[in-house]
Design a protein around this ligand. Structure first.
Ligand SMILES: Cc1cc2nc3c(=O)[nH]c(=O)nc-3n(C[C@H](O)[C@H](O)[C@H](O)COP(=O)(O)OP(=O)(O)OC[C@H]3O[C@@H](n4cnc5c(N)ncnc54)[C@H](O)[C@@H]3O)c2cc1C
Length: 438
């Protein structure tokens, strides 16, 4: 068990134990730590925060991986980050690998999130291993001539966009089982048509309503679903022959609930929601007043980092209120409108927000810096300087906007004014009144 930034709970403050140091866990830990009223213990198996929003950029840009692996050591002032594998989460305590005695808590926040096949997320617990992994993959992408991406969800789309932008001469095919990219009918029609048109303009061939049979495929590691070497696939419906020398399988996340299955909270895992934890309207795990679940592990809301942040802020303020014996807070208000910002490489993408300007924000903000500055700021760190994206100026320019993107957490209440503020300073033609931005 490694302790990062260890401090003792000398003043016997109430202990908030947070399992999972992803977006939700880190945001909640920081908010509670700031109050000074709690001793916050954040546990994660990794020695670093993984900013997976930038993971696909790290797959194509040399050294970019340094930007998305952020140390935890400056996160907390009144607590500590513990590097350990959590084996059992139970209302009586949390058991970590190698220690018989469970860790006790006054409040427990479960934020174990989800896993995704590399390169979307990484399984490596040490920074050096993860860096080597991205470096290795980038070289494979550089060398490959024909690339197949299976799955037209956000990860498959963004990966195709990154590769097509940085390596415009590669032959890239994306096979998607749905009739439109993303599979979700929640967005405006223009969102889908523009996404497809922009990806095709980058030279990506898209095969819809078809599948690639991978039943006989074996992977070197279960968490790395890419296949190296010459392959010829025949799609199952259209019998389209696809020759490839590098194949990525981008077909969905896996909920991190093993440590919950090993304890009594297994009863609250919802089989209809891929094994996520059922929570009530206050984000409490059903049946418990001092146990909460946020982010991808929770059955609430869409699975997005900014919503994990929003839930984290809610739970932090809830815990603070009940600790101070204030009135019960209002119920958590889930997102009212669909919102998504999908990048297509470093020069563009398509976005939908509850107001206009989604695609402009993708183009000028997210696609440039991948919201990385904001995340370094959340972890109280100065951004990694040893490497730099090709767009230094754009990154610095965009970091101000990134911080303003905090309002996206409350974005379902995102107003026209918020959007104008966020977009202020961008080229005027992008902001022409009445222009129909997605
Ligand atoms: C490639 C990619 C791009 C994305 N882009 C966006 C985007 O642009 N915008 C957006 O809003 N969302 C995006 N998402 C979705 C977003 O990443 C997730 O919604 C987000 O990661 C959820 O945060 P979380 O805190 O719930 O969990 P996670 O970020 O999954 O973090 C969970 C943490 O818990 C730890 N953990 C789990 N189990 C254990 C255990 N047993 N012991 C110890 N530690 C454990 C893990 O190591 C991990 O650090 C993207 C996802 C992917 C894969």
């Amino acid at each position: 068990m490694g302790i990062i930034g260890s401090r003792e709970n000398k003043d016997k403050k109430p202990v908030v134990l947070i399992v999972g140091g992803g977006y939700g866990g880190v945001q909640c830990a920081k908010a509670l730590d700031k109050t000074g009223h709690f001793f916050v213990v954040l546990i994660d198996r990794k020695s670093y925060f993984f900013h997976n929003i930038g993971a696909l950029r790290a797959s194509v840009e040399p050294n970019y991986a340094h930007q998305i692996l952020i140390p935890y050591d400056r996160l907390l002032t009144h607590g500590c980050v513990v590097q350990a594998e959590v084996e059992v989460i139970s209302p009586d305590g949390v058991k970590v690998n190698g220690h018989d005695e469970p860790i006790q808590f006054d409040y427990l926040v479960i934020a174990t999130g989800s896993s995704y096949a590399f390169p979307g997320k990484v399984a490596e617990t040490e920074q050096s291993q993860a860096l080597a992994h991205y470096d290795n993959l980038r070289q494979k992408i550089e060398q490959a001539k024909r690339i197949l991406i299976i799955g037209g969800g956000p990860v498959g789309i963004e990966l195709a966009g990154e590769i097509a932008t940085d390596f415009p001469h590669k032959d890239i095919t994306l096979v998607h089982s749905g009739v439109a990219l993303l599979d979700s009918g929640a967005f405006k029609k223009e969102f889908y048509t523009r996404l497809q048109a922009d990806l095709e303009r980058l030279g990506v061939k898209i095969v819809f309503n078809d599948r690639v049979d991978l039943n006989t495929t074996t992977y070197a590691h279960q968490h790395e679903k890419f296949i190296e070497g010459d392959q010829t696939f025949l799609t199952t419906k259209g019998k389209i022959e696809i020759k490839t020398d590098l194949t990525f399988v981008c077909t969905g996340a896996h909920v991190n609930n093993r440590s919950l299955k090993a304890g009594p909270l297994v009863a609250e895992l919802d089989p209809n929601k891929e094994g996520r934890l059922n929570v009530n309207e206050y984000l409490q795990v059903k049946g418990y007043t001092n146990i909460f679940a946020i982010g991808d592990i929770s059955s609430k809301e869409e699975k997005l980092a900014f919503l994990a942040d929003k839930q984290a802020d809610y739970v932090a303020s809830f815990i603070t209120r009940i600790e101070h014996k204030k009135d019960f807070p209002e119920e958590y208000r889930p997102a009212k409108h669909p919102a998504m910002l999908v990048t297509l490489g470093r020069n563009g993408g398509v976005g939908q927000l509850p107001t206009k300007g989604g695609s402009t924000i993708v183009k000028y903000v997210k696609s440039k810096g991948m919201l990385t500055s904001k995340q370094w700021c959340t972890l109280n760190q100065k951004r990694h300087q040893a490497t730099q994206s090709t767009d230094t100026e754009q990154l610095d320019h965009s970091s101000g906007y990134e911080n303003k993107l905090d309002s996206l957490k409350h974005s379902m209440e995102f107003t026209e004014d918020d959007a104008r503020q966020l977009l202020a300073g961008l080229p005027a033609k992008e902001l022409e009144l009445g222009q129909d931005f997605i």
